[in-house]
Design a protein around this ligand. Structure first.
Ligand code: CP
Length: 328
């Protein structure tokens, strides 16, 4: 069991951002509202605000990433922070230095925040427990456990299109078993009051204990998708699969790939989401990924505003942001 309480300070404010689990509805709404302000900043000619001027933020990605790493870097730069991208392959950890020794060395350089992606569940929590009190840790994805900033940018995208969460039918499709994104999304959707969350996938890719999330489980995609407002497709995480959990990619696509025919069972104004990276012809048809109902690239754009919100709230929790993004 991973302890999520360490992400809050004595006043109940965000100090680290490790997991959606343990956060209250108002805390999630506050991140979404702050992200609206930062999204407006990005429409301006000068896309920067001085909120984190003088702060140093370190990207520590022990696992591959395109979207998360670059949008955290852009978000930090748009908050006027200095950013270090540590290349793990050429760092001294490749000479045998331990993770904690590396972190203590970075602390001694007066860094303020570590953004951590790691293939081990609980890695960001472990780091948060061992760093100096002035350092904030952001979880950028740990194993199959949690990807909270991804879930928040997904909530932001849903709110922009659907306005209210309460009456939505949201379907999450595919490899739920290995998906840290799905776990964080289920926590976020539940906390924000979505009335019907459905998950659908082959029995081999639905985790035991899924019922504790309060979701409806389906194995037939057509049934799951009927009248859906939001369809979230997941990547097949073959790198995390041990043994043969699937007969073949072709059969998976036939049963669980999002095609025009399957999409026709959803509401006509349904939006199609995917955290990326997408596998065309495995999880989703190209005509859908590039089609009018897809908001996949919007999700990427929204990641910058959400990450600005998360970084500013954890690193300067006493700082308020005005509508124009200036500090008061
Ligand atoms: N969605 C997501 O985490 O993408 P990356 O692996 O490219 O960061």
């Amino acid at each position: 069991m991973i302890n999520n309480n360490i992400q809050l300070d004595e006043q109940g404010r965000l100090k680290h951002f490790l997991s959606i689990e343990g956060l209250k509805r108002q805390q999630l709404v506050s991140i979404l509202d702050a992200a609206e302000t930062f999204a407006n900043v990005q429409e301006q000619a000068v896309k920067k605000v001085p909120l984190l001027r003088g702060k140093t933020i370190v990207n520590l990605f022990f696992e591959a990433s395109t979207r998360t790493r670059t949008t955290f870097e852009l978000a930090a730069k748009r908050l006027s922070a200095d950013v270090l991208n540590i290349n793990i392959n050429t760092s001294a950890t490749s000479k045998g230095e331990s993770l904690l020794d590396m972190l203590h060395n970075l602390e001694s350089m007066h860094c303020d925040m570590f953004i951590v992606r790691h293939n081990q569940s609980g890695a960001a929590h472990f780091i948060a427990r061992h760093v100096s009190p002035h350092i904030s840790v952001i979880n950028a994805g740990d194993g199959c456990h949690s990807h909270p900033s991804q879930a928040m940018l997904d909530m932001f995208t849903i709110r922009r299109h659907k306005k209210e969460f309460a009456n939505l039918k949201v379907v999450i499709v595919g490899d739920i078993l290995h998906s840290r994104v799905a776990r964080s999304q289920m926590h976020a959707l539940t906390t924000l009051g979505v009335s019907e969350i459905r998950v659908v996938g082959p029995k081999t890719l639905i985790p035991a204990g899924i019922n504790t999330f309060g979701v409806h489980v389906y194995h037939n995609m057509q049934e799951a998708i009927i009248d859906a407002d939001v369809i979230i497709m997941l990547r097949l995480q073959k790198e995390r699969m041990q043994g043969a959990l699937l007969p073949s990619e072709d059969e998976y696509y036939h049963n669980y790939g999002l095609t025009e025919k399957k999409l026709s069972y959803a509401r006509p104004d349904a939006i199609v989401m995917h955290p990326g990276p997408i596998n065309r012809g495995v999880e989703i048809a190209s005509s859908i990924a590039d089609g009018p109902q897809s908001v996949i690239l919007e999700q990427v754009t929204n990641g910058i505003a959400i990450r600005m919100a998360v970084m500013s709230q954890t690193l300067s929790p006493r700082t308020e942001t005005t509508k124009t993004g200036s500090t008061v």
